[in-house]
Design a protein around this ligand. Structure first.
Ligand code: ZN
Length: 255
């Protein structure tokens, strides 16, 4: 656990909010699960440590129904890839956020070119996406009686989406804890990992069967292209998500 603790910001406020809760080990988790490489790795990470794991996906008008297919394929494959721990996998939830998708239109949800805006953020940035997802997930976890939220947010991602930073997550933890009047914990096991290290983490948790499941079934490509299987999985090969995934996989294989 110590390794991952360093991935989180340890602000005084956060310690205050979390102190009572940290005394009790969490037994159940809700994984924010899109069917991509990162959230598939997070799902395996959660299955490895919690007795009950539910998943939650969001339909916000993504261009690619393929993402929703990938979610089901990764979940189904966990029975083979995580055989001893797969029994912990419980309900899946898909929340309709198409209304949010309509107001937060970006290159992922609309037919726009991928380029940089005035802030230096790529047009693939969906404003406030993780803030909305975490709020909805926290409500769902509360209703389902699940102890922690797990998300694949990552600071080392080239795109530097501001709502993926641990500072933002810490602030959300505090806002949700205050707003729900109970400690809300958000685990982000990939926060400090490079993409190569994310592959290595999957390998440590589930070895070849898990790595193969993530290669074969998870989906990352912004264009939704699954026409060709590369060494690193399916994708167009030249969108930013494919480039990141391919480079990370190559670095991991070389190491
Ligand atoms: Zn691609």
């Amino acid at each position: 656990m110590g390794f991952f603790v360093h991935a989180r910001g340890q602000t005084a406020d956060r310690r205050f909010v979390m102190s009572a809760f940290d005394l009790q080990p969490a037994a159940s988790a809700l994984v924010l699960f899109s069917g991509g490489q990162d959230s598939a790795t997070c799902l395996a990470w959660a299955l490895d440590r919690y007795e009950r794991v539910e998943t939650c996906g969001f339909d916000y008008g993504q261009r690619h129904a393929v993402e929703m297919q990938a979610r089901l394929a990764v979940r189904a494959g966990m029975a083979g890839a995580m055989s001893d721990r797969a029994g912990r996998l419980a309900e899946d939830h898909v929340v309709d956020l198409t209304g949010y998708g309509a107001i937060s239109e970006s290159a992922l949800t609309a037919d726009k070119a991928m380029e940089m805006d005035a802030r230096g953020l790529p047009t693939t940035f969906v404003p406030g996406r993780n803030l909305v997802f975490l709020s909805v997930a926290a409500a769902l976890a509360d209703r389902r009686g699940l102890d922690v939220l797990v998300g694949g947010m990552c600071e080392t991602d080239f795109s530097g989406y501001p709502d993926c930073r641990r500072d933002t997550i810490d602030a959300m933890e505090r806002a949700l804890s205050l707003g729900l009047d109970k400690p809300v914990r958000i685990e982000t096991p990939l926060m400090a990992l490079t993409k190569a290290e994310t592959w290595a983490l999957a390998d440590r948790i589930g070895g070849d069967p898990l790595v193969e499941l993530i290669l074969e079934a998870s989906h990352t490509c912004y264009r939704g292209d699954r026409s060709e299987r590369h060494a690193w999985g399916y994708g167009c090969g030249d969108c930013p998500a494919c480039e990141l995934r391919a480079r990370g996989h190559a670095e991991w294989v070389a190491s």
